[in-house]
Write a protein that binds this ligand. Structure first.
Ligand code: COA
Length: 161
């Protein structure tokens, strides 16, 4: 996949608890509430200290403010992308790809054999994941609970490294 020019000017930093406010700002702007994909602040705060969980923050050189983040969890020889989000104003500039590549590269460096994630069926992010080599391994019916009571399936995508 061609990498847009701006991606080169994106910095990825290891995040920590102090980044929680920024993470929640991006989360709310990125996901909205329609599909029930966003995590709450207490879900994020609860998982951050857990073993194998890592937060990565993406910043553009011009802004300095966080533009996106990924949250991943490594268990045994598998690594899961729990969340990936970029603020709507800064999309389609390669930031999501940088975060995704960072996740995959780090997993490979740590000897992980397979990475996986869940994404709502119909989420355009699926295009990004498929272009990166992820394939569908399953479907979880009615996994996401939308704000109006509607349910949405999740696709389980995997990529062997
Ligand atoms: C998914 C998301 C992280 C992508 O971030 P991004 O910085 O815009 O991604 P990139 O610029 O790296 O996109 C790379 C490629 O992925 C594909 N892609 C990304 N978003 C797309 C969209 N909305 N529609 C179609 N293709 C898309 C395109 O092929 C794109 O390349 P192009 O811009 O040259 O066409 C961002 O749209 C987002 O935060 N969405 C809301 C949160 C979410 O649903 N996260 C995923 C589930 S956890």
């Amino acid at each position: 996949m061609a990498t847009p020019a701006l991606a080169a000017a994106v910095r990825l930093d290891r995040g920590c608890f102090a980044d929680l406010d920024a993470v929640m700002r991006i989360m709310e702007a990125a996901f909205g509430t329609a599909y029930g994909e966003a995590w709450t602040r207490s879900q994020c705060a609860g998982i951050l200290p857990m073993a194998g969980v890592e937060l990565t923050i993406a910043r553009t050189e011009e802004e300095g403010e966080p533009a996106g983040f990924s949250l991943v969890r490594m268990v045994a020889d598998e690594s899961e992308l729990l969340l990936l989000a970029v603020t709507p104003e800064q999309r389609r500039q390669g930031i999501g790809s940088r975060l995704l590549d960072g996740f995959v590269d780090q997993a490979r460096d740590q000897g992980v054999r397979r990475v996986h994630l869940e994404v709502r069926d119909g989420n355009p992010a699926t295009i990004l994941y498929r272009n990166s080599g992820f394939v569908q391994a399953g479907r979880r019916r009615n996994y996401y609970h939308g704000e109006d009571g509607r349910r949405f399936d999740a696709l389980t995508l995997v990529r062997d490294l």
